[in-house]
Design a protein around this ligand. Structure first.
Ligand code: NIG
Ligand code: FE
Length: 413
């Protein structure tokens, strides 16, 4: 199967040489070929160039992209899309004045989602989750990290892992699976958090490892959830099963989780709505990607991650949706790219770098995704007619997507 896309107004994020991460000042650069073609064979990007060199190239499917742009699909490195039902009543409670913390303290929040998930069959959970993923693909996302964390019992966390495994096998999207059993303290452990931490370490991590599905381990390191000490113990247990850390840190409070993540060679540290100079220093000379989740700040009305400070310190940055029922019920990366520009003050070039190559890095596969590079996977977006890629964040709330190609196949909704 081959696809030729021709007459592309701008072929965006195109790299002759392999890139796997873009940092600091370099994030202001987004390489483009004007009046370009792109040739895909099976699931792979094989060739590209200006239209001057397109003569004689034939393909089974030819797409005329006159007036349109082509860019790599979005790489969403932080989601919780496997969940049951929704929390719309808590949304209304927040409008009426309750805070996220107040809702959680009265047994809502993550515990509410856990109750719903525990009472949902594996098949039903798969159907609900795959529908969310399909909507994300239609909005231009081609690679997605998915976390557990709404099970909170050994049985329900394993159910979530099995659903993620099935999604991974059956979807055309690239999936990165993460075990986030330490997402909240279950009610039955509210007076003995350490017993739950021990259960994760002694029972859940080894069981998840035998399923061979989780690649990453996550902890919600936050006041009222898991301390730095808990996080350290869970990451160490994960490491004995080769689970790589990607952790929730600094959403509401700075506890020291960033430094801990770096010390444990975390692939990413996510949220960072609160950040201090020590965190920035810890991230310098590390392989850890800071990840901002601007749609979460938007929905909860909490501070935005100080992304300028991060990039201006020479660091890389990725952006992701955080799609989940409590703090971000949206999987729209186009909105995230817009919000990163409007609220985090990223330039369009920085935001697109953060949502493509750096997002792929934060999932551990930027050697195969996140840029238009020969040999990388054919996950691309063809936009509606527009003059420049900056129109994607500028026209916030619009749908910029015309066609999605995922794993070398034209996506049919
Ligand atoms: O990343 N902060 C922790 N976890 C999610 C929210 C989970 C929920 O409210 O259901 C987040 O924002
Ligand atoms: Fe999250």
């Amino acid at each position: 199967m081959s696809i030729l896309i021709k007459n592309i107004k701008q072929l965006v994020q195109v790299h002759e040489n392999m890139v796997t991460i873009v940092k600091g000042q370099d994030m202001r650069h987004l390489p483009v070929i004007e009046n370009a073609y792109l040739y895909i064979q099976d699931d792979t990007i094989v060739e590209f160039g200006t239209m001057d060199f397109c003569d004689g190239i034939e393909a089974e499917t030819v797409i005329d992209a006159t007036g349109k742009l082509v860019l790599p699909s979005w790489c969403d490195s932080h989601t919780h899309i496997v969940y049951a039902g929704n929390r719309v009543s808590e949304f209304v409670d927040r409008i009426n004045g309750l805070s996220y913390a107040e809702i959680a303290n009265r047994g809502g929040g993550i515990l509410n989602s856990a109750k719903q998930l525990q009472n949902t069959s594996e098949d039903d959970l798969y159907e609900q989750s795959t529908k969310r993923l399909d909507e994300m693909i239609a909005m231009g996302t081609g690679a997605v990290e998915i976390k557990t964390g709404y099970g909170l019992t050994v049985e329900a966390e394993l159910k979530m892992l099995k659903v993620i495994k099935r999604i991974k096998q059956e979807s055309l999207a690239k999936i990165a699976p993460t075990l986030l059993a330490a997402h909240a303290i279950p009610l039955e452990y509210k007076d003995d958090k350490h017993a739950y931490v021990n259960k994760i370490i002694k029972e859940l991590i080894p069981k998840a490892a035998t399923l061979r599905i989780a690649k990453y381990i996550d902890v919600f390191c936050e006041d009222g959830y898991f301390s730095v000490e808990d996080t350290k113990a869970i990451l160490a247990a994960g490491a004995t099963h080769n689970l790589i850390p990607k952790i929730h840190v600094n959403q509401f409070n700075i506890l020291g989780g960033v430094k801990l993540g770096v010390d444990h060679n975390a692939l990413s540290v996510d949220h960072l709505e609160e950040l201090n100079d020590r965190d920035i220093e810890a991230l310098k000379n590390s392989n850890t990607m800071p990840v901002a989740l601007p749609a979460c700040s938007y929905f909860l009305g909490i501070p935005y991650t100080p992304a300028r400070q991060i990039i201006d310190a020479g660091l890389a940055l990725a952006i992701a949706t955080d799609y989940n029922p409590g703090s971000t019920p949206s999987g729209n990366m186009n909105f995230v790219v817009s919000t990163a520009c409007i609220k985090l003050k990223l330039t369009p070039e920085e935001a697109i770098n953060a949502a493509t190559i750096n997002g792929a890095y934060a999932m551990g596969f930027s050697n195969m995704y996140g840029s238009i590079t020969r040999g990388k996977k054919a996950n691309v977006i063809i936009t509606k007619p527009m003059n420049h890629y900056a129109q994607i964040p500028y026209e916030f709330g619009h749908n910029p997507i015309d066609t999605v190609i995922i794993n070398g196949q034209v996506w049919e909704n």
